[in-house]
Design a binder for this molecule. Structure first.
Ligand code: FEO
Length: 404
């Protein structure tokens, strides 16, 4: 059966939900599932905007057929060629042989890489700013390379002032019947997954996201239709401001994120004592994560949120504990910048390894300030070593005051 939504007189949501997939891109846990959004506009010429992942293809094809109601599908706009959106293109060319593919030049290259059909006979290449009409609706195209792949563009429906934004402004999470931002409590229910989606998937490309935001600021937008997550039909400034902050690598919260590893609980004891000291002394925004039982995508996301990070790690096989090392390499890969870091290490055989390794990775990142006070735990913390924790806490508190 069809599962569609009418958005306005001509525009339909024809996407689908996947709650079976455990790992998006076979790497990111999605306990709330994922929505693959696709949009169909009925006009003199009918036009579809992007497709969906193959896994939900049956639902999608049924939706498209239902909305077309026996009419032709004239065009498919391809904003993004990642297979979670492009995998039904070939099937559509067989079902709707007259359909033309509206895309940019880099997309043509990718179409030929992914598919065997005669791409050249199907495509109409568009460029930045070019206008395209289906009758009542006129569209223009804005190139958005690296948001999130090199070929990405976004499509603007000039007639309705709707931005079809590809991956931008998307989120993990199935829609569960609530299609719009004002259908849900976005801050409580969606923001953390929107942040985790952005920071892990597009986080590295802050400059390119800034570029897109700049271009989008020149057009009048009533609605944002992304390829994942809710459609934004009001309060657009909220999500645009989040994107602005994330892409400038500005923290959302002046607060402390503590990420630790602890093999037998001794480092964890110090972490809990430090968090307790911070809380006792008025710090409200504190988050603590054990790197061993938290998927790194959550740690990356939280690192984009907080101003200060404490790394508390054990030495492991004369190196840095692998889960912490993986986390640090991941925030470096995502280009995280502009954070203040405190370091705590624990060693039983050779002191200094953790501090050296953490410093090495941080030194390869931009605008990272490392606070002076550290604590080199020798296997376990002793009562007479409490001042080490207090000094780290006091330095963090002083640092936070400079950021309020
Ligand atoms: Fe949702 Fe980059 O694809």
């Amino acid at each position: 059966m069809q599962c569609i939504r009418k958005i306005n007189e001509d525009l339909y949501w024809v996407g689908a939900e996947d709650r079976r997939l455990a790992l998006f891109e076979n790497i990111f846990p999605i306990p709330r599932g994922i929505a693959y959004n696709s949009y169909l506009i009925k006009d003199n010429k009918n036009i579809l905007i992007d497709t969906v992942d193959y896994s939900v293809g049956r639902q999608f094809l049924e939706n498209v057929k239902y909305v077309l109601n026996g009419e032709k599908l004239d065009y498919l706009i391809i904003n993004h060629m990642e297979p979670d959106h492009c995998s039904l293109i070939e099937k559509l060319t067989y079902k709707y042989p007259e359909m033309k593919l509206i895309c940019n030049a880099p997309t043509v290259k990718m179409l030929k890489q992914f598919y065997n059909f005669d791409v050249d006979s199907k495509v109409e290449i568009v460029k930045e700013g070019q206008k395209f009409s289906t009758g009542k609706h006129e569209f223009s195209f804005i190139m958005a390379p690296m948001v999130h792949w090199p070929e990405v563009m976004v499509t603007y429906d000039i007639t309705e002032k709707i931005l079809f934004s590809a991956d931008a402004f998307g989120s993990f999470g199935a829609l569960n019947g609530n299609l719009y931002n004002d259908d849900v409590n976005f801050e409580n229910e969606w923001l953390s997954d929107a942040r985790r989606y952005y920071t892990n998937i597009v986080g590295k490309y802050g400059a390119q996201v800034q570029n897109l935001l700049q271009k989008a600021s020149n057009i009048d937008i009533n609605m944002i239709c992304p390829l994942h997550g809710v459609i934004w039909r009001n309060n657009l400034q909220y999500i645009i401001e989040k994107y602005d902050k994330w892409s400038k690598y500005e923290p959302e919260k002046t607060g402390v994120l503590i990420i630790y590893s602890s093999v037998y609980g001794n480092t964890e004891n110090v972490v809990n004592t430090l968090a307790n000291y911070l809380g006792e002394n008025g710090v409200k925004e504190i988050a603590v994560y054990d790197s061993s039982n938290t998927d790194v995508s959550y740690l990356v996301s939280e690192s984009f949120k907080y101003s200060n990070i404490v790394i508390a790690a054990t030495t492991y096989n004369l190196g840095l504990f692998p889960k912490v090392e993986n986390y640090l390499l991941d925030i470096k890969r995502q280009n995280l910048q502009n954070r203040t870091v405190s370091i705590i290490e624990n060693s039983t055989w050779v002191p200094g390894i953790v501090t050296k390794e953490v410093n090495k990775i941080l030194s390869e990142m931009k605008d990272i300030t490392i606070l002076e006070n550290t604590y080199s735990i020798k296997s376990s913390a002793k009562n007479n070593e409490y001042d080490n924790i207090k000094n780290i806490g006091d330095e963090i508190i002083q640092n936070l005051k400079t950021k309020i």
